[in-house]
Design a protein around this ligand. Structure first.
Ligand code: TXA
Ligand code: MG
Length: 330
């Protein structure tokens, strides 16, 4: 594996490597993606292999202009067009009818395809230099925490990819929101993520929220064990009284809380070896930005257990709670 930087020559190399069928890890505003030419089935197969990802879990196709949507989608329903116009580029993935030219391996045989136009300037340039569309799942081994730095990727997938483009930490920090707009009916939220549901509702009006907890798996991203650290993680409701949490006092444990207020409450009981705050000032964007890096860090430190308190269920809080829930022991 070779590390590349953000200079023009490196971005061009990354794009050309993708066009030649190589695997290139690219930074995006959400998380790092493990990219391959979406129209090269052999390269896409290597993505599944590198991640040990089951073949039934379809990939997101990344494009670098609105017009490129026509290369991958068979049709673009009006609502999808309006959402794309209002919210792209950005952390929103739209599921649309798939065009027949796109290899079936990308969509795991479904007749729909997930499409995203990332806002990250490096991602956009790399895709442009590649001259194609880029299939890219998050660049983590299947089921593990998504990477928000190049170092996270190098540690877990370094020997399985050709290049990693280092673009620094990802600004949003949680994966894109996945919205199904492939049919004539109401749009359906398949995964809460970096684009707040409130923003989508401003454009789309009503959005269906399928029962995500323990219900049938409509999108494989809803598999309930996902994004999990190796360390056991236990999840509590927002504003749980710290005294009521039963923990093994002989174990080394860390707790993750939302803001300074909750941090004080947890420090007072001194039950935990470490109290980690997502955002001292209670800023949901900062909390999302820090979440995965913190999980990576705690996982590397060898705690016996991680405890986490839900955050308020608003804006990016929905995505944070979703990822914490998937990371937790059920
Ligand atoms: O922010 C992101 O979305 C990142 C960056 C790299 O763009 N990518 C990412 O990809 O999170 P991945 O593969 O980890 O998650 C893609 C999600 C999965 O939950 C997958 O099941 C869902 O999108 N998905 C893909 N194609 C789909 C389809 N045709 N119908 C329903 N869900 C689909
Ligand atoms: Mg993923």
């Amino acid at each position: 594996m070779e590390m590349l930087g953000s200079g023009e020559a490196d971005l061009r190399r990354a794009g050309e490597a993708l066009a030649a069928g190589r695997l290139v890890v690219i930074p995006t505003e959400t998380v790092y993606g493990l990219g391959a030419d979406a129209f090269n089935p052999g390269a896409v197969a290597r993505v599944f292999e590198a991640k040990a990802r089951p073949s039934f879990d379809p990939l997101i196709v990344h494009i670098a202009s609105f017009d490129s949507i026509e290369k991958v989608a068979r049709t673009v329903p009006l609502l999808a067009r309006r959402l794309a116009e209002a919210l792209w580029p950005g952390p929103l993935t739209l599921v649309l009818p798939k065009c027949p030219e796109l290899p079936d391996i990308v969509s795991s045989g479904l007749d729909t395809v997930a499409i995203r136009f990332p806002s990250h300037p490096l991602a956009r340039k790399i895709i442009e230099y590649s001259g194609t569309a880029i299939a890219a799942p998050s660049a983590n081994p299947f089921g593990y925490i998504s990477p928000t730095t190049a170092a996270h990727v190098a540690r877990s997938l370094g020997d399985k990819v050709d290049f990693i483009v280092d673009g620094g930490p990802c600004a949003v920090g949680v994966e894109s929101t996945v919205l199904d707009v492939s049919g004539e009916g109401l749009p359906t939220l398949l995964r809460p993520g970096g684009m707040p549901l409130e923003r989508i509702r401003e454009i789309a009006g009503e959005v269906l929220l399928p029962k995500m907890r323990g219900g049938p798996v409509a999108s494989p991203g809803q598999l309930k064990s996902h994004y999990a650290p190796h360390t056991k993680l236990f999840l509590y409701d927002w504003m749980t009284s710290p005294d009521s949490i039963r923990i093994d006092k002989s174990a080394r444990s860390a707790v993750i809380v939302f803001d300074a207020l909750r941090s004080r409450a947890f420090k007072e009981v001194s039950l935990f070896d470490r109290v980690c705050v997502l955002s001292g000032r209670g800023d949901m964007r900062e909390a999302a930005f820090r979440l995965f890096a913190l999980l990576h860090e705690l996982d590397a430190e060898g705690f016996d257990a991680i405890y986490a308190e839900r955050v308020p269920e608003e804006g990016l809080g929905r995505a944070i709670n979703d990822r914490l829930w998937r990371a937790s022991r059920k």
